[in-house]
Design a protein around this ligand. Structure first.
Ligand code: HEC
Ligand code: HEC
Ligand code: HEC
Ligand code: HEC
Ligand code: HEC
Ligand code: HEC
Ligand code: HEC
Length: 229
């Protein structure tokens, strides 16, 4: 099976690397690297039997519907394996370039990224896992890609509509109220003479955010998170 070979990209022990290379497809998801999960499960987590993904999916059912919700399980699985483990995506994911992208041994797909798409997706994952931008603020808040982008894995030129952001941060009036400055109430980034603007004019997800108002109003004092500092 093409997808289950070449499991590792990072520094793992020779023994587990060899185990991973020779692991039969059925075990490829977790067993080559985790004999059991006791040492890696979060504190106070219910006890888990077995040592493959089925041990998790009985309670943590993969979400193929792309809900605008927190997902602590998916967040931790990805940040742990990207930041510390540097584990290849295809250790857990099945991927047929241009056809489907799912989970090994699980039915369902999040879209059909090509090889070029996957390069960009990987880069974006790294940014989400450790950048100083808004994507990482969301990773820390347990929001995965699907939380913003919905059920299809995002590709080049994907964006996010205001309505999606407002599902978690809205309604607009509430947001505007929260950010009304005490001293100059009309210098509100969310209620101004610009009218309705795309959130992404100021809030970039995978690049430095910046306050658009300041392009014209050099003297206003306004700050934004995820600006890259
Ligand atoms: C190619 C090797 C490899 C595979 C395959 C693998 N893991 Fe891991 N896993 C690691 C490494 C490396 C770490 C980081 C170890 C550490 O934190 O001590 C890790 C950490 C974890 C953690 C700790 C998360 C945290 O928040 O710190 C969990 C839970 C976990 N793995 C579950 C899984 C599950 C479930 C699977 C199968 C779906 C899996 N792993 C597949 C190598 C792997
Ligand atoms: C018996 C049910 C059950 C099984 C099986 C199970 N979990 Fe969980 N897990 C939970 C519950 C309940 C929570 C807390 C609520 C939530 O976040 O979904 C949780 C939360 C988590 C979290 C998030 C913790 C946090 O808030 O940061 C991680 C990571 C996790 N589980 C990993 C795993 C892994 C890895 C497996 C498989 C090896 C697994 N779980 C199997 C019930 C289970
Ligand atoms: C250790 C196993 C593991 C590794 C390694 C892993 N994933 Fe996942 N991934 C999962 C699991 C489990 C889910 C399902 C989580 C859910 O739906 O709750 C998932 C879900 C996803 C999703 C759909 C949800 C979302 O966030 O949009 C995407 C996209 C995704 N992974 C991409 C990747 C990419 C790209 C890589 C490599 C950079 C990667 N994954 C590495 C286990 C893994
Ligand atoms: C906070 C919401 C949010 C999260 C979480 C998020 N994105 Fe995005 N993403 C956006 C927005 C908004 C854009 C539009 C470009 C911009 O403004 O930065 C975008 C654009 C993209 C693009 C197109 C970039 C380009 O160069 O054309 C890709 C690919 C992408 N996201 C992948 C991902 C992946 C993979 C994840 C998960 C690791 C993710 N995104 C998580 C909001 C998000
Ligand atoms: C699925 C829910 C969800 C979606 C969709 C979402 N966010 Fe968030 N957002 C969060 C969570 C959770 C946090 C981190 C916790 C917090 O600080 O509120 C966060 C944090 C933020 C922050 C920093 C908050 C602060 O207090 O400084 C900004 C700014 C932000 N989001 C803007 C956006 C924008 C713009 C979009 C659309 C491109 C978006 N979010 C989409 C849930 C979401
Ligand atoms: C003209 C630039 C601009 C646009 C457009 C914009 N924002 Fe903001 N946003 C800001 C600035 C500046 C702040 C910081 C305000 C503060 O700290 O008081 C901010 C803060 C936030 C926060 C954190 C709020 C808090 O309570 O601290 C959220 C969430 C947010 N924006 C979401 C959105 C969403 C969703 C949209 C689109 C509907 C949007 N923003 C459009 C500039 C903008
Ligand atoms: C494309 C340029 C431009 C952008 C971007 C822009 N403005 Fe303005 N703004 C103007 C002009 C022109 C005036 C009217 C002339 C003046 O009084 O400076 C004005 C006037 C104002 C005034 C009343 C006069 C003052 O200086 O107090 C406020 C308040 C204001 N803008 C807030 C904002 C806010 C908040 C944003 C971002 C959400 C924003 N503007 C973005 C051009 C801009």
């Amino acid at each position: 099976m093409l997808l289950l070979n070449g499991l590792l990209t990072g520094e793992r022990t020779a023994a587990s690397a060899a185990a991973a290379r020779t692991a039969p497809a059925k075990q490829a998801s977790c067993k080559p690297c985790h004999r059991d999960f006791t040492s890696v499960l979060p504190e106070n987590h219910p006890a888990v039997k077995g040592s493959d993904f089925a041990s998790c999916s009985s309670c943590h059912q993969p979400d193929f519907s792309g809900r605008a919700e927190k997902n602590a399980f998916s967040t931790r699985i990805h940040t742990a394996h990207l930041n510390k483990g540097n584990v290849a995506c295809t250790s857990c994911h099945s991927w047929m370039p241009g056809k489907s992208f799912g989970l090994a041994l699980v039915k369902g797909s999040w879209g059909a990224p090509t090889k070029d798409d996957m390069k960009l997706i990987r880069e974006t994952f790294d940014s989400w896992a450790k950048s100083k931008y808004m994507d990482n603020i969301h990773a820390k808040g347990n929001i995965v890609c699907a939380g913003c982008h919905g059920k299809e894995v995002p590709l080049a030129d994907s964006t996010v509509e205001n309505q999606r952001c407002l599902e978690c941060h809205g309604p607009m009036e509430k947001l505007a109220k929260e950010t009304e400055p005490k001293e100059f109430p009309d210098r509100n980034p969310h209620k101004s003479h610009l009218g309705e603007v795309a959130c992404t004019v100021c809030h970039k997800a995978h690049a430095a955010s910046k306050v658009y108002c300041l392009e014209c109003h050099k003297k206003f004092k306004m700050q934004i998170r995820g600006a890259g500092e």
